[in-house]
Design a protein around this ligand. Structure first.
Ligand code: BGC
Length: 758
C-alpha cells in the first residue's frame, strides 16, 4: 500500500486506536480495527521452522504448536557457509508461512556466540559477525522473496541467557561496532528485513528497547531499515520512552496498560502524537505488505519440506577428525551406539522448538544401506551411567568392527532461558565414549550439540562428525555422510577451544549480578585465540572433506590503492582427490602494522564451490574499504590506516594457504588534540605533525649518538635513550634541553599542531 494511503488511514484513527495498534492483540497477532478494515496480522516463531500456536498461546512452547517441519538450527546452517542454500531454506519457510497465513517469521536469531556456553547458541550462527550477518542476510532474502517478513533478533548484545531480562551488556563503542552491531549491519543492509526484534537486556545501563541510538540513529538512519521494530516478548520497560526511541510494536500485549500510558503521555504533552502516528504507519506498512501479497492457495507439502531439511542438513555437518575410518564400509560389522542414533537431538528447547510431523534418526536411515546393531548406551535425561545400558553398549562395540557413537548435549544442559555451566558433555556420555574406546579401536563419534564441547577423548577416537542440531532429517544426512554418499562440506563457524577456561569471555561471563562487562573487547572467538597463538581443539573455519583441494594463482588487481577503491581478488581452487566435493574458500585480511590493537586475521569474504575430481575453478572476491577498516572512536566512523595489508586465503583462520599484499592509503587523517603532555613519539608518528614540529624537535636531546662508546653511553644505551625520548612529553623538553626549549616555544608548537585539525 502506498505511504499516502497508509497516512490517510492513520489520520482516521483515534488516539486510543493508534495506541492500541502499538501493542499486540494477543501473543501472536497485531491489532485489527474493523471499523477501518485493518486486518490482524500473525507473527510466529521461528527461526528454523514454524511454531504456530493455534489455540493456547505462550512464548516458550509450553502449549503445543501445529505439526511442522524442523530445519537445521542456526548453529548448523552457519556451518554450511552456503548462502544460496540458506536462501532456499528461507524460500521454503516463506511458502509454509503463506500456507499458514503468517506475515512475519520471528528470526533469524543472530546474536554473536560470545561465549561457548550461552544457552541459545544453538539458534545463533557464529562467533564472527561477517558469517552471522551473511547467513542471516541469506535467510532474510529467501523468506522475503516469498512476501513474508522476517525479524532478525535479538537486537542487541543479547549474548547470554543468565538474567537476560535484567542484565546490562557493557560494551565499548569499537567492540559494539566491529562485532555486535556489525552482524546486524550486514544482515540489515543485505536482506532488508521487514521487522527487527529488540532484545530484553540493557546496553551500558539502558534497555535495548529504549535506545534511540541503536533503534533509530543506527538501524534506520545509518543502515536504511524501513520496517517496524518489535519488542522481544515482554521486553517493554518504559513504553513512552521506547516509542520515542523507535520501538514501534510491543509484543505481546500488556492488557492495555501500556497503551493507556501512551494516550496519557500524548494528552499531557509529554509525547508528540506524530511519534505514535509514525509507529502505526510503520506497522501498517508491513501488515499491508503481507496482506496484499498473500497466497491463500499456497500448499505446504510437509514431506517435500522434510526432504529439503535433509538436503540442507547434508551441508551443515562438519567432519572434524578422520584417520581413514570414514567413509564407512557397509560390508563391515557396524554398531550404532547411543540414544541419539534412534531418537536424535536435532533441535533445542524454548521458543524455537518445533512440533515435528516426522523425524529421521540415523537408525531409521541406515536400514536402507546395511544392518547395524544398536545399543542405547545412555539415557539423556540424566548424567548418571546406567550400568545395564553400558554393558549392552560395550558388548555391541566389542562384537563390531566399527562403533559409531551418537552422543551430544541434552535439553537439560542446553536450552533457551539458561546458560551451560561448562563445556563438558554429560558424564555418562563421556564415560561411554571412553569405555567403548577400551574395547574397540575404530570409534566414530557423531555429535549433536549447538555449541563447542570439550573432547578429552579426541586422541582415542578415529573419527568425529559434528552434526550440530541439524533438524528433523538429521539422521538421513548423518548416514549419507558416514557412508560416503555425501561428501562432508561444513566448516566450523566458531572455534572449539581445548577447554572452557581458554575462551576470552570466560572471566567475565555471565557477569557479576546484572553487570556483564564485555572486557575481552573485539577479541571474540578466533580474533582472540589467533592473536594469543593459543592452541585450540579446532580452529574457526575448519572442516575436513573426503577429497582434497589445492590452491594456486592468488591474484590481486592492484599492488596499491586508495581506501575508497575496490580490490579484486581471485584464486584458483582444484579438487586433487578422486571424489566430487565442496570447498569453503575463506578470505582473511591481516593488517601488517597498526597503531590500534587488531586481530591477526579477520574473515572478510567466503565462497562455497563444488568441484568434480580434477576440476579447477577460479573464485573471485571484491574487497572495499570496510575490509581494511577498524572503527575509530575519535571520528566515530570506519577508518583505514595507511600501510600494507595481507590478503590471505585459508582453509581455516589457522591454515592460510596463500597470501599477497596490497598497500592501502589512509582513508583520511584522524584529528589529534595535542597538548604539552603529548609524547614526542605521537608527533613523530603523525607525518603531518612531524613536518610542522621538525624545527622544534631538531635539538641535541632528541638525537641519539649510536657511535658514542663512552662510559655514560654504556649507562644509557641508544635503545634506552630512544625509548626515553619517544615517551618524553613535550613539556619535559624544558627540563632536559638546558634552556634551549622554552615554554613559549612549546606553546607555539602545540598551537601549530592543533591547527592541523582545522
Ligand atoms: C524469545 C524470542 C521469541 C519470543 C516469542 C522470546 O522469549 O526470546 O526469540 O521469538 O519469545 O516466542
Amino acid at each position: 500500500m502506498k505511504k499516502e494511503q497508509i497516512k490517510e488511514i492513520v489520520s482516521r484513527m483515534t488516539l486510543e486506536e493508534k495506541a492500541c495498534m502499538c501493542s499486540g492483540a494477543d501473543f501472536w497477532h497485531t491489532e485489527a480495527i474493523e471499523r477501518l478494515g485493518i486486518p490482524a496480522s500473525m507473527v510466529s516463531d521461528g527461526p528454523h521452522g514454524l511454531r504456530k500456536q493455534d489455540d493456547k498461546a505462550d512464548h516458550l512452547g509450553v502449549n503445543e504448536s501445529i505439526k511442522a517441519v524442523c530445519f537445521p538450527a542456526g548453529c548448523a546452517t552457519a556451518a554450511s557457509f552456503n548462502r544460496d542454500l540458506i536462501q532456499e531454506m528461507g524460500k521454503t519457510l516463506a511458502n509454509e508461512c503463506q500456507a499458514e497465513g503468517i506475515s512475519v517469521i520471528l528470526g533469524p536469531a543472530m546474536n554473536i556466540k560470545r561465549s561457548p556456553v550461552c544457552g541459545r547458541n544453538f539458534e545463533y550462527y557464529s562467533e564472527d559477525p561477517y558469517v552471522a550477518g551473511q547467513m542471516a542476510g541469506a535467510l532474510i532474502a529467501g523468506v522475503q522473496s516469498g512476501n513474508v517478513g522476517t525479524s532478525p533478533k535479538h537486537f542487541l548484545a543479547n549474548n547470554q541467557e543468565t538474567r537476560r531480562m535484567t542484565c546490562s551488556s557493557n560494551v565499548d563503542e569499537r567492540t559494539m561496532r566491529e562485532i555486535y552491531l556489525a552482524a546486524f549491519e550486514y544482515a540489515v543492509k543485505q536482506g532488508k528485513p521487514w521487522t527487527v526484534m529488540s532484545s530484553y537486556n540493557r546496553i551500558n545501563g539502558k534497555h535495548a528497547t529504549e535506545s534511540k541510538e541503536y533503534l533509530t540513529d543506527i538501524l534506520r538512519d545509518e543502515w536504511g531499515f524501513d520496517g517496524y521494530v518489535m519488542s522481544d516478548w515482554g521486553a517493554v520497560f518504559n513504553r513512552v520512552e521506547e516509542l520515542k526511541a523507535g520501538m514501534d510494536l510491543e509484543m505481546p500485549a500488556s492488557g492495555g496498560d501500556n497503551d493507556a500510558l501512551i494516550v496519557k503521555a500524548v494528552r499531557e504533552g509529554r509525547l508528540d502524537e506524530s511519534v505514535v502516528d509514525t509507529a502505526v504507519e510503520r506497522i501498517l506498512d508491513i501488515v499491508y505488505r503481507f496482506e496484499e501479497n498473500k497466497k491463500p492457495d499456497a500448499v505446504w507439502d510437509k514431506d517435500a519440506d522434510h526432504e529439503m531439511a535433509a538436503k540442507i542438513a547434508q551441508e551443515t555437518m562438519v567432519l572434524l577428525k578422520n584417520d581413514g575410518v570414514l567413509p564407512l564400509d557397509s560390508g563391515k560389522k557396524i554398531a550404532f551406539i547411543g540414544q541419539y542414533a534412534k531418537k536424535p537431538r536435532f533441535q533445542g528447547g524454548g521458543s524455537s522448538h518445533i512440533n515435528c510431523a516426522k523425524v529421521t534418526g540415523a537408525l531409521d536411515a541406515v536400514a536402507d544401506i546395511c544392518q547395524v546393531t544398536y545399543a542405547q548406551g545412555f539415557d539423556d535425561r540424566t548424567e548418571t551411567t546406567d550400568e545395564a545400558m553400558m554393558a549392552e553398549a560395550l558388548t555391541a562395540a566389542k562384537e563390531a568392527e566399527v562403533a559409531v557413537l551418537f552422543v551430544g548435549l541434552p535439553d537439560i544442559i542446553e536450552s533457551e532461558s539458561f546458560d551451560r555451566s561448562d563445556m563438558k558433555m554429560p558424564a555418562n556420555q563421556t564415560t561411554l565414549i571412553e569405555k567403548v574406546c577400551e574395547v574397540q579401536k575404530n570409534v566414530v563419534v557423531v555429535l549433536h550439540n549447538g555449541a563447542p564441547i570439550e573432547m578429552p577423548w579426541i586422541d582415542r577416537v578415529s573419527g568425529v562428525l559434528e552434526a550440530y542440531l541439524s533438524g528433523e532429517a538429521c539422521g538421513a544426512a548423518e548416514v549419507d555422510i558416514l557412508f560416503g554418499k555425501v561428501n562432508p562440506s561444513g566448516r566450523l563457524p566458531e572455534t572449539f577451544p581445548i577447554k572452557y577456561e581458554d575462551n576470552p569471555s570466560y572471566l567475565y561471563f555471565p557477569g557479576e549480578g546484572n553487570e556483564v562487562n564485555y572486557a575481552e573487547g573485539i577479541f571474540v572467538g578466533y580474533r582472540y585465540y589467533d592473536r594469543k597463538k593459543m592452541d585450540v581443539l579446532f580452529p574457526f573455519g575448519y572442516g575436513l572433506s573426503y577429497t582434497e583441494f589445492a590452491y594456486s594463482n592468488l591474484k590481486l588487481d592492484k599492488k596499491s590503492m586508495k581506501a575508497s577503491d575496490t580490490l579484486s581478488v581471485s584464486v584458483d581452487v582444484t579438487n586433487i582427490g578422486d571424489r566430487a566435493g565442496k570447498e569453503v574458500v575463506q578470505l582473511y585480511v591481516n593488517d601488517v602494522e597498526s597503531h590500534v590493537l587488531r586481530p591477526v586475521n579477520e574473515l572478510r569474504d567466503f565462497a562455497k564451490i563444488e568441484l568434480a575430481p580434477g576440476e579447477t575453478k577460479t573464485v573471485n572476491f571484491t574487497l572495499d574499504k570496510r575490509a581494511f577498516a577498524y572503527f575509530n572512536t575519535t571520528i566515530h566512523d570506519w577508518h583505514v590506516e595507511e600501510g600494507e595489508f595481507n590478503i590471505r586465503i585459508g582453509r581455516s583462520s589457522r591454515d592460510i594457504v596463500c597470501e599477497e599484499s596490497v598497500y592501502v592509503e589512509a582513508s583520511g587523517r584522524i584529528p589529534v588534540t595535542y597538548t604539552l603532555d603529548s609524547a614526542v613519539m605521537d608527533i613523530r608518528e603523525d607525518p603531518a605533525a612531524y613536518e610542522l614540529a621538525k624545527p622544534y624537535l631538531n635539538i641535541d636531546i632528541l638525537t641519539v649518538d649510536e657511535s658514542d662508546d663512552s662510559a655514560s653511553a654504556e649507562a644509557m644505551s641508544p635503545v634506552m635513550m630512544k625509548a626515553m625520548i619517544d615517551y618524553l612529553p613535550l613539556r619535559g623538553m624544558m627540563s632536559f634541553s638546558q634552556g634551549k626549549v622554552t615554554l613559549a616555544m612549546l606553546e607555539e608548537l602545540v598551537e601549530k599542531l592543533n591547527s592541523l585539525n582545522k
